[in-house]
Write a protein that binds this ligand. Structure first.
Ligand SMILES: CC(C)(COP(=O)(O)OP(=O)(O)OC[C@H]1O[C@@H](n2cnc3c(N)ncnc32)[C@H](O)[C@@H]1OP(=O)(O)O)[C@@H](O)C(=O)NCCC(=O)NCCS
Length: 138
């Protein structure tokens, strides 16, 4: 069941945000305590951009689009507030990330994810499965 989203949801590329609201949404989505992260510093310094979704009550969606400075962009931190899930918002956020990465001249948009999210990224968002590697550093 979709949660009770308050009014229409707007989706914006590189919109304004506070560190606290992104911190709170990330903590809710990934089930951790708020960290006090300087999201503004990180995103403006290191990312191609970010996607924000808001309803009448505040931030309900976020995607961080990291970048290698060239052809490759990377979807990270995709997060939809629990009350806004199941209505297509996550796919809409990723579609916006894809559109803006393409407009910025990127040739490839990457993502990695756990098996449970195959339906989301492959079916709903249109990614093609590919081999990838990962090593834990700490
Ligand atoms: C994953 C997440 C962003 C999806 O947001 P959402 O707005 O609910 O997604 P959508 O409504 O656009 O889903 C589209 C389709 O993807 C699939 N899907 C969505 N969430 C899924 C999940 N958690 N597991 C498996 N499939 C999922 C469904 O098939 C859905 O289609 P349906 O509406 O016909 O059922 C959201 O559940 C979330 O924030 N999860 C916690 C954080 C997280 O795991 N982020 C991903 C990090 S890689």
């Amino acid at each position: 069941m979709p949660g009770p989203v308050a009014g229409p949801v707007s989706v914006e590329w590189r919109g304004a945000f506070t560190n606290d609201e992104v911190d709170a949404l990330h903590a809710e989505a990934f089930a951790h305590d708020p960290t006090g992260e300087d999201w503004h510093g990180r995103l403006t310094r290191l990312s191609l951009g970010w996607v924000l979704a808001r309803d009448d009550e505040g931030l309900v969606g976020f995607v961080n689009v990291a970048w290698d400075g060239g052809a490759h962009a990377f979807v990270l931190d995709t997060a939809v507030a629990v009350r806004a899930r199941g209505g297509g918002l996550g796919a809409r956020l990723v579609a916006a990330a894809r559109e803006h990465a393409a407009a910025a001249g990127c040739a490839w948009l990457h993502v990695d994810f756990e098996d449970a999210l195959r339906g989301f990224y492959l079916d709903a968002c249109g990614f093609t499965p590919t081999a990838a590697g990962l090593v834990r550093l700490r």
